[in-house]
Design a binder for this molecule. Sequence first.
Ligand code: ARG
Length: 569
Amino acid sequence: MIDFKAVIAEEMAKATNIEKEELQQWIEIPKDTNNGDYAFPCFKLAKTLKKAPPAIATEIKEKLKIEQNVITKIEIAGGYLNFFVNKMTKTKELVKKIANQEQYGKSDFGKGKNIIVEYSAPNIAKPFHIGHLRTTGIGQALYNIYQYLGFHTTSINHLGDYGTQFGKMIEGYKKWGKEYTFDEHPIDDMLAIYVRINDLCKEYENVLNACRENFKKLEEGDSYCLEIWNKFKTLSLKEFQRIYDMLGTTFDSWNGEAFYSDKMPEVIELLEKSGHLTESNGAKIVDLEDQGIKTPCMIVKSNGSTTYDTRDLAAILYRARTYDFDKCIYVVACEQDLHFRQIFAAAKYLGLQEKYLNGLEHVSYGMVRLKSGKMSTREGTLIKLEDLLNESIARVKKIIEEKNPELENAEEVAKKVGIGAVVFHNLSTNRIKDQIFDWDEVLNFQGETGPYIQYTYVRIKSVLEKVGTLSKPEEINIEKLQDEYSLKLIDILYHFEEILKQVIEKNEPSILARYLIDLSKAFSTFYNENKIIGEDKPLQEARTYLTYMTGKVLKQGSKLIGMEMPDKM
Ligand code: ARG
Protein backbone atom coordinates (compact mmCIF):
# COMPACT_ATOMS: atom_id res chain seq x y z
CA MET A 1 0.00 0.00 0.00
CA ILE A 2 1.36 3.43 -0.82
CA ASP A 3 2.40 5.14 2.36
CA PHE A 4 1.23 8.61 1.37
CA LYS A 5 2.82 10.13 4.42
CA ALA A 6 6.17 8.65 3.51
CA VAL A 7 5.90 9.82 -0.09
CA ILE A 8 5.09 13.37 1.00
CA ALA A 9 7.96 13.35 3.50
CA GLU A 10 10.35 12.04 0.89
CA GLU A 11 9.48 14.71 -1.65
CA MET A 12 9.59 17.39 1.01
CA ALA A 13 13.02 16.17 2.05
CA LYS A 14 14.27 16.73 -1.49
CA ALA A 15 12.80 20.22 -1.47
CA THR A 16 14.16 21.25 1.92
CA ASN A 17 17.26 19.19 2.64
CA ILE A 18 15.73 18.18 5.95
CA GLU A 19 15.70 14.52 6.98
CA LYS A 20 12.69 12.56 5.78
CA GLU A 21 12.14 10.96 9.18
CA GLU A 22 12.04 14.32 10.87
CA LEU A 23 9.51 15.68 8.40
CA GLN A 24 7.34 12.60 8.54
CA GLN A 25 6.73 12.81 12.25
CA TRP A 26 5.13 16.24 11.80
CA ILE A 27 2.71 15.31 9.06
CA GLU A 28 -0.81 15.42 10.42
CA ILE A 29 -4.13 14.02 9.34
CA PRO A 30 -6.54 16.98 9.32
CA LYS A 31 -9.84 16.56 11.15
CA ASP A 32 -11.66 18.45 8.41
CA THR A 33 -11.35 16.79 5.01
CA ASN A 34 -11.57 20.24 3.37
CA ASN A 35 -8.00 20.61 4.56
CA GLY A 36 -6.88 17.62 2.59
CA ASP A 37 -5.81 14.14 3.61
CA TYR A 38 -2.48 15.15 5.06
CA ALA A 39 -1.18 18.48 6.31
CA PHE A 40 2.25 19.80 7.10
CA PRO A 41 2.55 22.56 9.73
CA CYS A 42 5.25 24.81 8.29
CA PHE A 43 5.93 26.59 11.57
CA LYS A 44 7.84 23.46 12.55
CA LEU A 45 10.51 24.58 10.08
CA ALA A 46 10.46 28.29 10.91
CA LYS A 47 13.49 28.07 13.17
CA THR A 48 15.61 25.92 10.88
CA LEU A 49 14.80 27.81 7.71
CA LYS A 50 14.66 31.22 9.43
CA LYS A 51 11.49 32.23 7.59
CA ALA A 52 7.85 32.80 8.36
CA PRO A 53 5.54 29.77 7.88
CA PRO A 54 3.57 31.18 4.90
CA ALA A 55 6.81 31.96 3.05
CA ILE A 56 8.08 28.46 3.76
CA ALA A 57 4.83 26.95 2.52
CA THR A 58 5.01 28.88 -0.76
CA GLU A 59 8.62 27.97 -1.31
CA ILE A 60 8.18 24.28 -0.64
CA LYS A 61 5.05 24.08 -2.74
CA GLU A 62 6.89 25.49 -5.74
CA LYS A 63 9.69 22.97 -5.41
CA LEU A 64 7.53 19.92 -4.82
CA LYS A 65 7.09 17.46 -7.64
CA ILE A 66 4.60 14.79 -6.68
CA GLU A 67 2.94 12.65 -9.30
CA GLN A 68 -0.71 13.27 -10.04
CA ASN A 69 -1.63 9.68 -9.42
CA VAL A 70 -0.42 10.05 -5.84
CA ILE A 71 -1.25 13.63 -4.86
CA THR A 72 -3.73 15.58 -6.94
CA LYS A 73 -3.52 18.94 -5.27
CA ILE A 74 -1.43 20.88 -2.75
CA GLU A 75 -2.92 23.95 -1.05
CA ILE A 76 -1.55 26.54 1.30
CA ALA A 77 -3.72 27.51 4.24
CA GLY A 78 -2.58 29.49 7.25
CA GLY A 79 0.99 28.26 7.33
CA TYR A 80 -0.02 24.72 6.50
CA LEU A 81 0.61 22.76 3.36
CA ASN A 82 -2.46 20.65 2.66
CA PHE A 83 -2.10 17.56 0.53
CA PHE A 84 -5.00 15.97 -1.33
CA VAL A 85 -4.34 12.39 -2.27
CA ASN A 86 -5.58 10.74 -5.41
CA LYS A 87 -8.70 8.93 -4.22
CA MET A 88 -8.76 6.47 -7.07
CA THR A 89 -5.24 5.39 -6.24
CA LYS A 90 -6.09 5.22 -2.58
CA THR A 91 -9.15 3.05 -3.18
CA LYS A 92 -7.28 0.75 -5.54
CA GLU A 93 -4.46 0.33 -3.04
CA LEU A 94 -6.81 -0.41 -0.18
CA VAL A 95 -8.71 -3.06 -2.10
CA LYS A 96 -5.49 -4.71 -3.17
CA LYS A 97 -4.07 -4.67 0.32
CA ILE A 98 -7.10 -6.01 2.15
CA ALA A 99 -7.60 -8.68 -0.49
CA ASN A 100 -4.01 -9.90 -0.30
CA GLN A 101 -3.47 -9.75 3.42
CA GLU A 102 -5.01 -12.43 5.57
CA GLN A 103 -4.73 -10.13 8.56
CA TYR A 104 -4.96 -6.55 7.41
CA GLY A 105 -2.70 -4.14 9.28
CA LYS A 106 -0.40 -6.87 10.57
CA SER A 107 3.25 -6.02 10.05
CA ASP A 108 6.82 -6.58 11.14
CA PHE A 109 7.17 -2.99 12.25
CA GLY A 110 8.51 -4.04 15.65
CA LYS A 111 10.75 -6.85 14.44
CA GLY A 112 13.69 -7.58 16.72
CA LYS A 113 12.27 -5.68 19.68
CA ASN A 114 11.30 -7.42 22.91
CA ILE A 115 8.31 -6.10 24.80
CA ILE A 116 7.11 -7.25 28.21
CA VAL A 117 3.57 -6.36 29.15
CA GLU A 118 2.73 -7.01 32.77
CA TYR A 119 -0.98 -6.91 33.63
CA SER A 120 -3.76 -8.22 35.83
CA ALA A 121 -1.58 -9.26 38.80
CA PRO A 122 -4.38 -9.95 41.28
CA ASN A 123 -3.64 -10.84 44.87
CA ILE A 124 -4.07 -14.46 45.87
CA ALA A 125 -6.91 -15.20 48.27
CA LYS A 126 -8.57 -11.89 47.46
CA PRO A 127 -11.53 -11.25 45.17
CA PHE A 128 -10.98 -10.41 41.53
CA HIS A 129 -12.97 -7.20 41.41
CA ILE A 130 -13.94 -4.62 38.87
CA GLY A 131 -10.74 -2.66 39.44
CA HIS A 132 -8.84 -5.60 37.97
CA LEU A 133 -10.79 -5.29 34.75
CA ARG A 134 -8.87 -2.20 33.76
CA THR A 135 -5.37 -3.65 34.09
CA THR A 136 -6.46 -6.97 32.56
CA GLY A 137 -8.22 -5.41 29.58
CA ILE A 138 -5.73 -2.65 28.82
CA GLY A 139 -2.81 -5.02 29.25
CA GLN A 140 -4.22 -7.73 27.01
CA ALA A 141 -5.10 -5.21 24.29
CA LEU A 142 -1.60 -3.74 24.34
CA TYR A 143 -0.08 -7.20 24.25
CA ASN A 144 -2.24 -8.17 21.24
CA ILE A 145 -1.40 -4.99 19.35
CA TYR A 146 2.35 -5.09 19.99
CA GLN A 147 2.32 -8.66 18.78
CA TYR A 148 0.29 -7.78 15.69
CA LEU A 149 2.84 -5.13 14.81
CA GLY A 150 5.64 -7.67 14.89
CA PHE A 151 7.17 -7.08 18.31
CA HIS A 152 8.33 -10.09 20.26
CA THR A 153 5.97 -9.94 23.20
CA THR A 154 5.81 -11.59 26.61
CA SER A 155 2.85 -11.19 28.92
CA ILE A 156 3.36 -11.63 32.63
CA ASN A 157 0.86 -12.08 35.43
CA HIS A 158 2.85 -10.79 38.40
CA LEU A 159 0.60 -12.47 40.97
CA GLY A 160 0.42 -10.99 44.45
CA ASP A 161 1.23 -14.27 46.12
CA TYR A 162 3.70 -13.18 48.75
CA GLY A 163 4.10 -10.81 51.65
CA THR A 164 3.10 -10.35 55.28
CA GLN A 165 -0.58 -10.83 54.48
CA PHE A 166 0.18 -14.50 53.84
CA GLY A 167 1.61 -14.76 57.33
CA LYS A 168 -1.76 -13.52 58.48
CA MET A 169 -3.67 -15.92 56.26
CA ILE A 170 -1.66 -18.83 57.61
CA GLU A 171 -2.38 -17.78 61.18
CA GLY A 172 -6.09 -17.40 60.43
CA TYR A 173 -6.20 -20.77 58.73
CA LYS A 174 -4.57 -22.39 61.74
CA LYS A 175 -7.22 -20.91 63.99
CA TRP A 176 -10.40 -21.27 61.94
CA GLY A 177 -9.59 -23.27 58.80
CA LYS A 178 -11.90 -26.09 59.87
CA GLU A 179 -14.92 -23.81 59.88
CA TYR A 180 -14.79 -23.35 56.11
CA THR A 181 -15.16 -25.74 53.19
CA PHE A 182 -13.32 -23.69 50.52
CA ASP A 183 -15.63 -25.47 48.17
CA GLU A 184 -18.26 -23.34 46.59
CA HIS A 185 -16.86 -19.87 47.22
CA PRO A 186 -13.25 -20.45 48.20
CA ILE A 187 -12.26 -16.81 47.81
CA ASP A 188 -15.09 -15.67 50.06
CA ASP A 189 -13.91 -18.19 52.66
CA MET A 190 -10.32 -17.04 52.43
CA LEU A 191 -11.39 -13.41 52.57
CA ALA A 192 -13.50 -14.11 55.65
CA ILE A 193 -10.47 -15.60 57.36
CA TYR A 194 -8.40 -12.63 56.34
CA VAL A 195 -10.90 -10.12 57.68
CA ARG A 196 -11.12 -12.03 60.98
CA ILE A 197 -7.39 -12.30 61.50
CA ASN A 198 -6.86 -8.71 60.50
CA ASP A 199 -9.28 -7.57 63.17
CA LEU A 200 -7.53 -9.72 65.72
CA CYS A 201 -4.15 -8.29 64.73
CA LYS A 202 -5.41 -4.79 65.33
CA GLU A 203 -6.23 -5.78 68.87
CA TYR A 204 -3.42 -8.09 69.85
CA GLU A 205 0.21 -7.30 69.21
CA ASN A 206 1.21 -10.94 69.87
CA VAL A 207 -1.11 -12.19 67.11
CA LEU A 208 0.43 -9.73 64.68
CA ASN A 209 3.87 -10.93 65.69
CA ALA A 210 2.85 -14.55 65.12
CA CYS A 211 1.69 -13.56 61.62
CA ARG A 212 4.99 -11.87 60.85
CA GLU A 213 6.77 -14.93 62.12
CA ASN A 214 4.68 -17.08 59.76
CA PHE A 215 5.73 -15.07 56.77
CA LYS A 216 9.35 -15.33 57.78
CA LYS A 217 8.92 -19.08 58.07
CA LEU A 218 7.32 -19.16 54.66
CA GLU A 219 10.28 -17.30 53.21
CA GLU A 220 12.60 -19.82 54.88
CA GLY A 221 10.69 -22.70 53.25
CA ASP A 222 8.85 -24.11 56.26
CA SER A 223 6.84 -27.05 54.94
CA TYR A 224 3.60 -26.44 56.89
CA CYS A 225 3.45 -22.78 55.89
CA LEU A 226 4.26 -23.69 52.30
CA GLU A 227 1.48 -26.25 52.23
CA ILE A 228 -1.19 -23.80 53.33
CA TRP A 229 0.16 -21.12 51.04
CA ASN A 230 0.02 -23.57 48.13
CA LYS A 231 -3.56 -24.45 48.96
CA PHE A 232 -4.56 -20.78 48.85
CA LYS A 233 -2.75 -20.29 45.60
CA THR A 234 -4.27 -23.29 43.85
CA LEU A 235 -7.78 -22.37 44.96
CA SER A 236 -7.34 -18.78 43.85
CA LEU A 237 -5.86 -19.55 40.46
CA LYS A 238 -8.77 -21.84 39.67
CA GLU A 239 -11.17 -19.01 40.43
CA PHE A 240 -9.19 -16.45 38.43
CA GLN A 241 -9.00 -18.77 35.45
CA ARG A 242 -12.77 -18.74 35.07
CA ILE A 243 -12.65 -14.98 34.59
CA TYR A 244 -9.67 -15.13 32.25
CA ASP A 245 -11.58 -17.65 30.15
CA MET A 246 -14.55 -15.32 29.93
CA LEU A 247 -12.37 -12.40 28.90
CA GLY A 248 -9.96 -14.32 26.67
CA THR A 249 -7.00 -13.31 28.81
CA THR A 250 -3.75 -15.22 28.38
CA PHE A 251 -0.29 -15.07 29.89
CA ASP A 252 3.10 -16.33 28.80
CA SER A 253 4.38 -16.24 32.35
CA TRP A 254 2.73 -16.54 35.76
CA ASN A 255 5.80 -15.61 37.73
CA GLY A 256 4.37 -13.73 40.67
CA GLU A 257 6.00 -12.18 43.67
CA ALA A 258 6.87 -15.50 45.31
CA PHE A 259 8.94 -16.45 42.29
CA TYR A 260 11.47 -13.85 43.35
CA SER A 261 11.86 -15.13 46.86
CA ASP A 262 15.31 -16.62 46.17
CA LYS A 263 16.33 -13.74 43.92
CA MET A 264 16.26 -10.99 46.50
CA PRO A 265 19.60 -11.57 48.24
CA GLU A 266 21.31 -10.49 45.04
CA VAL A 267 19.30 -7.27 44.95
CA ILE A 268 20.34 -6.49 48.49
CA GLU A 269 23.94 -7.25 47.64
CA LEU A 270 23.95 -5.04 44.56
CA LEU A 271 22.33 -2.15 46.42
CA GLU A 272 24.86 -2.54 49.20
CA LYS A 273 27.70 -2.48 46.71
CA SER A 274 26.34 0.66 45.12
CA GLY A 275 26.56 2.37 48.50
CA HIS A 276 22.89 3.33 48.45
CA LEU A 277 21.53 0.87 50.98
CA THR A 278 21.27 2.54 54.38
CA GLU A 279 20.06 1.57 57.85
CA SER A 280 17.02 3.26 59.30
CA ASN A 281 15.50 2.09 62.60
CA GLY A 282 16.72 -1.43 62.01
CA ALA A 283 15.34 -1.53 58.45
CA LYS A 284 17.29 -1.26 55.22
CA ILE A 285 16.19 1.40 52.80
CA VAL A 286 17.29 3.17 49.63
CA ASP A 287 17.10 6.91 49.98
CA LEU A 288 15.78 8.60 46.83
CA GLU A 289 15.92 12.25 47.90
CA ASP A 290 18.56 13.12 45.35
CA GLN A 291 16.27 11.81 42.61
CA GLY A 292 13.51 14.08 43.88
CA ILE A 293 11.48 11.39 45.64
CA LYS A 294 10.85 12.01 49.32
CA THR A 295 9.74 8.52 50.34
CA PRO A 296 12.56 5.98 50.38
CA CYS A 297 12.33 2.45 49.01
CA MET A 298 11.93 -0.12 51.79
CA ILE A 299 14.18 -3.08 51.02
CA VAL A 300 14.36 -5.12 54.23
CA LYS A 301 12.01 -4.58 57.18
CA SER A 302 13.33 -4.41 60.72
CA ASN A 303 12.24 -8.03 61.32
CA GLY A 304 14.32 -9.16 58.34
CA SER A 305 11.42 -9.69 55.90
CA THR A 306 11.67 -8.47 52.35
CA THR A 307 9.07 -6.24 50.75
CA TYR A 308 6.93 -5.60 47.70
CA ASP A 309 9.60 -3.12 46.53
CA THR A 310 12.41 -5.65 46.84
CA ARG A 311 10.47 -8.19 44.82
CA ASP A 312 9.85 -5.65 42.09
CA LEU A 313 13.55 -4.84 41.92
CA ALA A 314 14.37 -8.54 41.68
CA ALA A 315 11.81 -8.81 38.88
CA ILE A 316 13.45 -6.00 36.91
CA LEU A 317 16.81 -7.73 37.18
CA TYR A 318 15.37 -11.08 36.20
CA ARG A 319 13.37 -9.70 33.28
CA ALA A 320 16.34 -7.80 31.89
CA ARG A 321 18.42 -10.97 31.89
CA THR A 322 15.73 -13.38 30.77
CA TYR A 323 13.91 -11.34 28.15
CA ASP A 324 16.48 -8.69 27.21
CA PHE A 325 13.56 -6.28 27.03
CA ASP A 326 13.42 -3.09 25.03
CA LYS A 327 10.34 -2.12 26.96
CA CYS A 328 8.88 -3.46 30.17
CA ILE A 329 5.39 -2.10 30.61
CA TYR A 330 3.49 -2.23 33.90
CA VAL A 331 -0.25 -1.79 33.56
CA VAL A 332 -1.07 -0.86 37.15
CA ALA A 333 -3.53 1.61 38.71
CA CYS A 334 -2.58 5.22 39.41
CA GLU A 335 -2.67 4.45 43.14
CA GLN A 336 0.78 2.96 42.60
CA ASP A 337 2.30 5.90 40.73
CA LEU A 338 4.66 6.58 43.61
CA HIS A 339 5.63 2.93 43.96
CA PHE A 340 6.77 2.78 40.34
CA ARG A 341 8.63 6.05 40.54
CA GLN A 342 10.43 4.61 43.55
CA ILE A 343 11.41 1.28 42.10
CA PHE A 344 12.43 2.77 38.75
CA ALA A 345 14.63 5.20 40.65
CA ALA A 346 16.10 2.52 42.91
CA ALA A 347 16.71 0.28 39.87
CA LYS A 348 19.41 2.74 38.82
CA TYR A 349 21.56 1.33 41.64
CA LEU A 350 21.41 -2.27 40.39
CA GLY A 351 24.13 -1.72 37.82
CA LEU A 352 21.82 -2.39 34.87
CA GLN A 353 22.49 -1.15 31.36
CA GLU A 354 20.94 2.17 30.46
CA LYS A 355 18.79 0.42 27.85
CA TYR A 356 16.84 -1.45 30.51
CA LEU A 357 16.36 1.53 32.77
CA ASN A 358 14.97 3.53 29.85
CA GLY A 359 12.66 0.68 28.92
CA LEU A 360 10.75 0.66 32.20
CA GLU A 361 7.33 2.20 31.84
CA HIS A 362 4.39 2.48 34.18
CA VAL A 363 1.15 2.55 32.19
CA SER A 364 -1.13 4.06 34.77
CA TYR A 365 -4.92 4.23 34.74
CA GLY A 366 -7.78 5.78 36.69
CA MET A 367 -10.38 4.19 38.93
CA VAL A 368 -13.79 2.74 38.07
CA ARG A 369 -16.87 3.72 39.99
CA LEU A 370 -20.35 2.35 39.62
CA LYS A 371 -22.96 4.98 38.87
CA SER A 372 -25.02 3.64 41.76
CA GLY A 373 -22.03 4.43 43.96
CA LYS A 374 -22.00 0.90 45.28
CA MET A 375 -18.28 0.34 44.83
CA SER A 376 -16.54 0.59 48.14
CA THR A 377 -12.96 -0.34 48.78
CA ARG A 378 -13.68 -1.54 52.28
CA GLU A 379 -12.80 -5.18 52.68
CA GLY A 380 -15.46 -7.54 51.47
CA THR A 381 -17.79 -5.11 49.73
CA LEU A 382 -16.13 -4.92 46.35
CA ILE A 383 -18.02 -5.72 43.18
CA LYS A 384 -16.63 -8.98 41.89
CA LEU A 385 -15.80 -8.94 38.21
CA GLU A 386 -17.39 -12.32 37.64
CA ASP A 387 -20.70 -11.06 39.07
CA LEU A 388 -20.51 -7.99 36.88
CA LEU A 389 -19.89 -10.05 33.74
CA ASN A 390 -22.69 -12.46 34.59
CA GLU A 391 -25.05 -9.60 35.20
CA SER A 392 -24.15 -8.13 31.83
CA ILE A 393 -24.84 -11.45 30.12
CA ALA A 394 -28.18 -11.77 31.93
CA ARG A 395 -29.21 -8.25 30.92
CA VAL A 396 -28.37 -8.91 27.28
CA LYS A 397 -30.29 -12.17 27.41
CA LYS A 398 -33.34 -10.25 28.54
CA ILE A 399 -32.96 -7.74 25.72
CA ILE A 400 -32.71 -10.58 23.20
CA GLU A 401 -35.80 -12.26 24.62
CA GLU A 402 -37.72 -9.03 24.17
CA LYS A 403 -36.44 -7.96 20.79
CA ASN A 404 -35.50 -11.12 18.97
CA PRO A 405 -37.00 -14.18 20.70
CA GLU A 406 -36.38 -16.37 17.64
CA LEU A 407 -32.63 -15.87 17.68
CA GLU A 408 -30.63 -19.07 17.42
CA ASN A 409 -27.77 -19.66 19.88
CA ALA A 410 -29.16 -16.88 22.05
CA GLU A 411 -27.05 -18.10 24.95
CA GLU A 412 -23.81 -17.76 23.06
CA VAL A 413 -24.74 -14.42 21.54
CA ALA A 414 -25.65 -13.07 24.98
CA LYS A 415 -22.23 -14.11 26.23
CA LYS A 416 -20.37 -12.41 23.39
CA VAL A 417 -22.44 -9.24 23.61
CA GLY A 418 -22.60 -9.10 27.39
CA ILE A 419 -18.88 -9.60 27.86
CA GLY A 420 -18.03 -7.54 24.78
CA ALA A 421 -19.98 -4.60 26.17
CA VAL A 422 -17.98 -4.61 29.40
CA VAL A 423 -14.66 -5.19 27.65
CA PHE A 424 -15.28 -2.37 25.20
CA HIS A 425 -16.51 0.09 27.81
CA ASN A 426 -13.40 -0.59 29.84
CA LEU A 427 -11.21 0.53 26.94
CA SER A 428 -13.36 3.27 25.55
CA THR A 429 -12.05 6.19 27.56
CA ASN A 430 -8.59 7.60 27.93
CA ARG A 431 -6.99 5.26 30.43
CA ILE A 432 -5.85 7.88 32.88
CA LYS A 433 -9.38 9.19 33.40
CA ASP A 434 -11.59 7.81 36.14
CA GLN A 435 -14.49 5.84 34.76
CA ILE A 436 -18.12 5.67 35.73
CA PHE A 437 -19.80 2.37 35.11
CA ASP A 438 -23.42 2.89 34.12
CA TRP A 439 -25.45 -0.02 32.73
CA ASP A 440 -27.61 2.23 30.55
CA GLU A 441 -24.52 3.51 28.85
CA VAL A 442 -22.59 0.23 28.64
CA LEU A 443 -25.44 -1.68 27.02
CA ASN A 444 -26.85 1.07 24.79
CA PHE A 445 -27.02 -0.55 21.35
CA GLN A 446 -27.22 2.86 19.69
CA GLY A 447 -24.53 4.56 21.73
CA GLU A 448 -20.77 4.46 21.39
CA THR A 449 -20.57 0.96 22.75
CA GLY A 450 -19.30 -2.52 22.05
CA PRO A 451 -22.80 -3.78 21.18
CA TYR A 452 -23.12 -0.97 18.62
CA ILE A 453 -19.96 -2.18 16.90
CA GLN A 454 -21.14 -5.78 17.09
CA TYR A 455 -24.51 -4.79 15.71
CA THR A 456 -22.84 -3.00 12.78
CA TYR A 457 -20.83 -6.13 12.11
CA VAL A 458 -23.94 -8.31 12.16
CA ARG A 459 -25.61 -6.00 9.65
CA ILE A 460 -22.58 -6.31 7.42
CA LYS A 461 -22.75 -10.08 7.63
CA SER A 462 -26.39 -10.05 6.66
CA VAL A 463 -25.75 -7.79 3.63
CA LEU A 464 -22.99 -10.12 2.47
CA GLU A 465 -25.24 -13.10 2.96
CA LYS A 466 -28.03 -11.49 0.98
CA VAL A 467 -25.74 -10.69 -1.94
CA GLY A 468 -24.26 -14.15 -1.80
CA THR A 469 -21.16 -13.72 -3.93
CA LEU A 470 -18.13 -11.52 -3.52
CA SER A 471 -16.40 -10.33 -6.68
CA LYS A 472 -12.67 -10.73 -7.17
CA PRO A 473 -10.86 -7.60 -6.00
CA GLU A 474 -9.35 -6.97 -9.44
CA GLU A 475 -12.83 -6.95 -10.94
CA ILE A 476 -14.09 -4.15 -8.72
CA ASN A 477 -14.87 -0.93 -10.55
CA ILE A 478 -13.09 1.58 -8.35
CA GLU A 479 -14.90 4.50 -9.95
CA LYS A 480 -18.09 3.30 -8.30
CA LEU A 481 -16.64 4.06 -4.89
CA GLN A 482 -15.85 7.73 -5.32
CA ASP A 483 -18.94 9.18 -3.64
CA GLU A 484 -18.65 11.05 -0.36
CA TYR A 485 -19.82 8.23 1.91
CA SER A 486 -17.72 5.52 0.33
CA LEU A 487 -14.65 7.71 0.38
CA LYS A 488 -15.12 8.51 4.05
CA LEU A 489 -15.21 4.82 4.81
CA ILE A 490 -12.18 4.18 2.61
CA ASP A 491 -10.27 6.90 4.42
CA ILE A 492 -10.91 5.32 7.81
CA LEU A 493 -10.07 1.82 6.60
CA TYR A 494 -6.85 3.12 5.14
CA HIS A 495 -5.68 4.41 8.52
CA PHE A 496 -5.99 1.15 10.44
CA GLU A 497 -2.30 0.39 10.67
CA GLU A 498 -1.48 3.97 11.56
CA ILE A 499 -4.02 3.79 14.39
CA LEU A 500 -2.37 0.65 15.75
CA LYS A 501 0.96 2.45 15.78
CA GLN A 502 -0.59 5.35 17.66
CA VAL A 503 -1.92 2.91 20.25
CA ILE A 504 1.53 1.58 21.08
CA GLU A 505 3.17 4.98 20.90
CA LYS A 506 0.97 6.14 23.79
CA ASN A 507 0.10 2.74 25.20
CA GLU A 508 -3.49 3.86 24.82
CA PRO A 509 -5.95 1.22 23.52
CA SER A 510 -8.81 3.74 23.65
CA ILE A 511 -7.46 5.10 20.34
CA LEU A 512 -8.40 1.83 18.68
CA ALA A 513 -11.74 1.69 20.51
CA ARG A 514 -12.54 5.19 19.24
CA TYR A 515 -11.48 4.16 15.74
CA LEU A 516 -13.88 1.23 15.74
CA ILE A 517 -16.73 3.54 16.72
CA ASP A 518 -15.82 5.97 13.93
CA LEU A 519 -15.64 3.11 11.46
CA SER A 520 -19.05 1.78 12.56
CA LYS A 521 -20.60 5.22 12.28
CA ALA A 522 -19.13 5.80 8.84
CA PHE A 523 -20.51 2.46 7.76
CA SER A 524 -23.97 3.27 9.07
CA THR A 525 -24.00 6.51 7.10
CA PHE A 526 -22.73 4.76 3.98
CA TYR A 527 -25.40 2.10 4.42
CA ASN A 528 -28.21 4.59 4.95
CA GLU A 529 -27.20 6.86 2.08
CA ASN A 530 -26.17 4.28 -0.49
CA LYS A 531 -28.28 1.44 -1.73
CA ILE A 532 -26.00 -1.55 -1.80
CA ILE A 533 -28.22 -4.02 -3.61
CA GLY A 534 -29.69 -2.77 -6.88
CA GLU A 535 -29.90 -2.80 -10.68
CA ASP A 536 -26.42 -1.48 -11.38
CA LYS A 537 -24.39 -4.67 -10.93
CA PRO A 538 -20.89 -3.11 -10.99
CA LEU A 539 -22.10 -0.63 -8.39
CA GLN A 540 -23.54 -3.41 -6.26
CA GLU A 541 -20.31 -5.40 -6.53
CA ALA A 542 -18.16 -2.44 -5.55
CA ARG A 543 -20.32 -1.48 -2.59
CA THR A 544 -20.52 -5.07 -1.45
CA TYR A 545 -16.77 -5.26 -1.54
CA LEU A 546 -16.45 -2.12 0.55
CA THR A 547 -18.92 -3.62 3.00
CA TYR A 548 -16.86 -6.78 3.16
CA MET A 549 -13.66 -4.80 3.84
CA THR A 550 -15.35 -2.88 6.63
CA GLY A 551 -16.50 -6.12 8.26
CA LYS A 552 -13.02 -7.54 8.07
CA VAL A 553 -11.43 -4.54 9.78
CA LEU A 554 -14.18 -4.28 12.41
CA LYS A 555 -13.69 -7.90 13.33
CA GLN A 556 -9.91 -7.71 13.39
CA GLY A 557 -9.85 -4.49 15.39
CA SER A 558 -12.34 -5.85 17.89
CA LYS A 559 -10.33 -9.01 18.31
CA LEU A 560 -7.28 -6.94 19.15
CA ILE A 561 -9.10 -5.17 21.96
CA GLY A 562 -10.51 -8.47 23.21
CA MET A 563 -14.08 -8.26 21.92
CA GLU A 564 -15.63 -11.16 20.02
CA MET A 565 -18.13 -10.74 17.23
CA PRO A 566 -21.43 -12.61 17.04
CA ASP A 567 -22.67 -13.59 13.56
CA LYS A 568 -26.23 -12.71 14.44
CA MET A 569 -27.85 -10.77 17.22
N1 ARG B 1 -0.68 -7.31 43.10
C1 ARG B 1 -0.62 -5.88 43.09
C2 ARG B 1 -1.96 -5.31 43.55
O1 ARG B 1 -2.97 -5.96 43.43
C3 ARG B 1 -0.30 -5.31 41.74
C4 ARG B 1 1.04 -5.70 41.20
C5 ARG B 1 1.57 -4.71 40.23
N2 ARG B 1 2.80 -5.08 39.63
C6 ARG B 1 4.01 -4.93 40.14
N3 ARG B 1 5.04 -5.33 39.46
N4 ARG B 1 4.18 -4.34 41.30
O2 ARG B 1 -1.98 -4.20 44.02
